[in-house]
Design a protein around this ligand. Structure first.
Ligand code: KG4
Ligand code: ZN
Length: 336
C-alpha cells in the first residue's frame, strides 16, 4: 500500500493505492485561484500547495480508512514541474516518510501519466505506445516494461495543452483552456478555418504547436475583434481539430512503426494508451478510438479523472520502482 503525493503544477493531490487498486484519490484544484491571471502563477501555486497539502494528505488517508502507519511506503512526484510547487510535495513526503520510518520513492511525473494505465479496472500490460499530452508536455512514450518508457518523439516548442490554453486566452474563453475550447468548439465548424499542420512531412515523431498558435493570432487579427468574437465557436473548433490532427498523425505513425518512406527503429506497437490532461478531450478520444479500430490495435482509454494530474498515477508508477535513497535532485540525501 502506497501513499503518494503530487504537487508538480496547480493541483494538490494525495492518494492511497493498494496494489493496482485505488483506495482514495483526492485532488484539490487551484484553478479558481489562477483564473483571474489567465494562467498559472508559480508563486501562487506554491503558496496554495503549502496550505492544502496537509489537509489533502489527511483526507486521502481518511477516505482510504488507513493511518499513516498502515502504508508500506510513500511516493512523490520529483519532477518535472514548477520547482517551488514540487518542493512542497517533496518536503512533505520526506517529512512523513521520516516520521513514519517508511521508504520513499521519487517518481517522474510523465512516468506517472503512463502508469495511470496500470491501475484497475483493466490494467494495460506493456508493450504499448502512450501519447501523453498535457499542459507542460507532449510526447510519444514507447512502454516496454512497467518501470519506465522510451521517448519516441516530443514537442519541439509548446505542449498541446499549452497551445489550447493560449488559444483560449486569445479567444477570451478563460482558464483552463482545454475544456473551454472543447465547450466552445461544440457549437462550431472544425473546417471553417484551415490551420497549418506542422511537421507532418517530417518522418520523425516530434510535434510543434507554436506555429498553430501564431496562425490563430493572425486569423483573429484579420477578422478584427467583433468578427472574431462572432466566429469564436468556429475558431475554437478549427483550432481544436488542428491540435488533434497533429497528435493523430504522429500517433498513427508511431503505432505503425514509421511511414512507408521511413521505418522507425523498434517497429510498430500492438496497443495504444493515452495520458495527460488533453487526453480528457472527447474529440481526441474519439479519433484515437477510430484509429485503433481501423488499424486493429488494442486501445486503453484511461478514465478522464486519471488523465489529468492526480496522485494515484504516481503511486502506480512507484509500485514498479526502487525506493529513492540516492543523493540527487532536490536533496534526496536529506533523509540519510
Ligand atoms: O496533465 P495535466 O492535468 O497537467 C499537466 O501536467 O500539465 O494537463 C493540463 C492540461 C491543460 O493544458 C488543460 O487545458 C488540458 O490539459 N486539458 C484539456 C482538457 N482537460 C484538460 N485539453 C483539452 N480538452 C480537455 N477536455
Ligand atoms: Zn501532468
Amino acid at each position: 500500500m502506497i501513499l503518494a503525493l503530487e504537487t508538480s503544477c496547480d493541483d494538490t493531490c494525495a492518494a492511497v493505492v493498494d496494489g493496482a487498486t485505488i483506495r482514495s484519490n483526492v485532488i484539490s484544484s487551484q484553478a479558481a485561484a489562477h483564473e483571474r491571471f489567465g494562467g498559472i502563477v508559480p508563486e501562487v501555486a506554491s503558496r496554495h500547495h503549502l496550505e492544502l497539502v496537509n489537509p489533502i494528505v489527511d483526507a486521502a488517508l481518511a477516505e482510504a480508512e488507513v493511518a499513516l502507519g498502515d502504508v508500506d511506503s510513500l511516493a512523490v512526484t520529483r519532477g518535472p514541474g514548477l520547482i517551488g510547487a514540487l518542493l512542497v510535495g517533496v518536503n512533505t513526503a520526506k517529512a512523513l516518510a521520516t516520521a513514519a520510518d517508511k521508504p520513499l520513492t521519487g517518481v517522474d511525473h510523465l512516468h506517472g501519466h503512463v502508469a495511470a494505465n496500470f491501475l484497475e479496472p483493466d490494467p494495460l500490460e506493456p508493450p504499448f505506445v502512450c501519447l501523453i499530452a498535457s499542459g507542460g508536455h507532449t510526447l510519444l512514450a514507447g512502454v516496454r516494461s512497467h518501470d519506465g518508457y522510451e521517448v519516441l518523439g516530443q514537442t519541439l516548442d509548446d505542449a498541446a495543452g499549452e497551445a489550447l490554453d493560449k488559444a483560449a486566452r486569445l479567444l477570451g474563453l478563460g482558464y483552463p483552456g482545454g475544456p473551454a475550447i472543447e465547450r466552445a468548439a461544440a457549437g462550431g465548424d472544425p473546417r471553417a478555418f484551415e490551420f497549418p499542420l506542422a511537421m507532418t512531412n517530417d518522418p520523425r515523431l516530434d510535434f510543434s504547436f507554436s506555429g498553430l498558435k501564431t496562425a490563430l493570432l493572425y486569423a483573429v487579427r484579420e477578422l478584427g475583434e467583433a468578427r472574431a468574437s462572432e466566429r469564436r465557436a468556429d475558431l475554437a473548433a478549427s483550432f481544436q481539430a488542428a491540435v488533434v490532427d497533429q497528435l493523430l498523425v504522429k500517433l498513427r505513425r508511431a503505432a505503425r512503426g514509421g511511414s512507408r518512406r521511413r521505418r522507425l527503429p523498434g517497429g510498430g506497437w500492438r496497443a495504444v494508451a493515452l495520458g495527460g490532461g488533453v487526453a480528457a478531450n472527447t474529440l481526441l478520444r474519439e479519433r484515437v478510438a477510430a484509429l485503433c479500430e481501423a488499424e486493429g490495435l488494442e486501445l486503453k482509454l484511461v478514465d478522464r479523472a486519471l488523465c489529468t494530474d492526480n496522485a494515484a498515477m504516481i503511486a502506480s508508477a512507484a509500485r514498479f520502482l526502487e525506493p529513492t535513497t540516492y543523493p540527487g535532485y532536490l536533496g534526496w540525501d536529506a533523509r540519510a
